[in-house]
Design a protein around this ligand. Sequence first.
Ligand code: NAD
Length: 494
Amino acid sequence: MKVKIPVQTLVCQNFVNGEFVSGSGEKINIISPYNGQLIGEFASATPSEVNAAINSAKSAQLIWAEMPMKERTKVMFNFRSILLRDLDEITHLKCSESGKNFDEGKAGLLKGIEVLEFAIALQNMDIGGRIEVSRGVSCEYRREPIGVVANITPFNFPAMVPMWTIPIALTLGNAYIWKPSEKTPLTSMRIASALKEAGLPDGLFQVLQGGKETVEAIIDHSLVKAVGFVGSTKIAKAVYERGTKLGKRVLALGGAKNHIVLLPDANPELAGIGISDSFTGCAGQRCMAASVLLAVGDPKDTQKHIEKIVERASSLKLGTEMGAIITKAQVEFLHEAIARAEKAGAKILLDGRLAKAPAGMEEGNWIGPTIIDHVSAQTEAASVELFGPIISIIRCHDISEAMKIENNVEYGNACSVFTSSGALAEKVVKLASTGMVGVNVGVPVPREPFSFGGINASKFGHGDITGQHSLDFWSNIKKVTVKWEKQNDNNWMS
Ligand code: NAD
């Protein structure tokens, strides 16, 4: 389906205490990557607006925390129905601001709804535990909300990434402060109004628009006890350091440079489609995109696989089958990176710089899929996150050489292997220096209750931001030890 791009300029606002209100800080334009048109604008939340929103979130949270989880979950049930009812409309909006194609936009929102379903199930799953630890003495653990928590999100998944945490954090009894990307803030208004319609009490979900200044005011506020962040490694590190210096719990997910190990025994059909879709999906603007292809063995044994990748990638129609790039500056950067790779001795198998913009969208930000062969492991194309539909092929003699190259990259998000041998797949799974690994899967995204997240420079902080293990990030565990009667074998421990 073709994405419907707003023709009028939408006014994007903060969402505070159940109302949409304009900020009074810096004014920012929202430009559609599809056609370069102004589709929205907003004024950032100032530090004093941030303070006021967080203070009132705390008052609302104290009442929310008193409610049993079962009652809080009712709001989440309604939230799910509303998101499904409005799925197409929200998808059009998020695609028009992020450049995704319609199917990708819809899939991202549905993935967010899966997290919501996990949160809805918590009422039946997270039942705590109690045992009699000695005669007449019992210990139990209780999960309690933290208070006010915050989340800062990137441009490339305007609904899915925030939905990793919104349902879980709210269901656990917290108030939630969200700072969306300043490049894709419009979707946040639809999520806020869906939560209001679902019956979420005012003040529990505050959306504050803006950039660095807004983020820093949120992190620094004394009532914000936990900060989740998803974005580039540079900012993830800065947010992690700022928050932890203040003694806060911070989990900051960063960038990626993902490898695919292609073995000669791989099914060419499976590998061709999986690898092509991995580096071209979301026009390469996702932290799970394949970025380096480690083609192992004699080049003539992986030739048919590479031909399949080229064939599929070159058939994609820009505008419908592959979306646009977030900014013009990023398109320029990608052009320059391809030119630098060429200069460093690589060979361009498919050149996205030659691709034409879809008709009527000439002012948009377009580049086609690009495949660069014979890339050397030391160069930019092999080690820097480019964030576009570009894959660099490095030729390797064996798996050990391939995994040495994979291990040397500072990131640690995802790695996949394409093979028909279980033993070789297991070797790659064991040696990969990443938090997520795939076998014959180009985009190894785990589903709830498994969490999403990498290691090394792809994640700062311990634990998980979503999934089963995120419960310990978004809540506190209280241990309660109880005795009601004096026992004969009393000692200091009982
Ligand atoms: P970004 O780091 O530029 O921005 C992320 C958020 O940080 C935005 O809300 C932005 O407003 C805010 N921000 C920007 N500069 C800041 C500063 N100096 N101080 C405080 N906050 C600041 O990232 P992006 O360009 O929006 O997103 C793309 C990046 O996100 C890529 O690197 C991609 O790999 C990464 N990403 C990672 C994951 C993951 O799960 N690891 C998921 C999606 C995207």
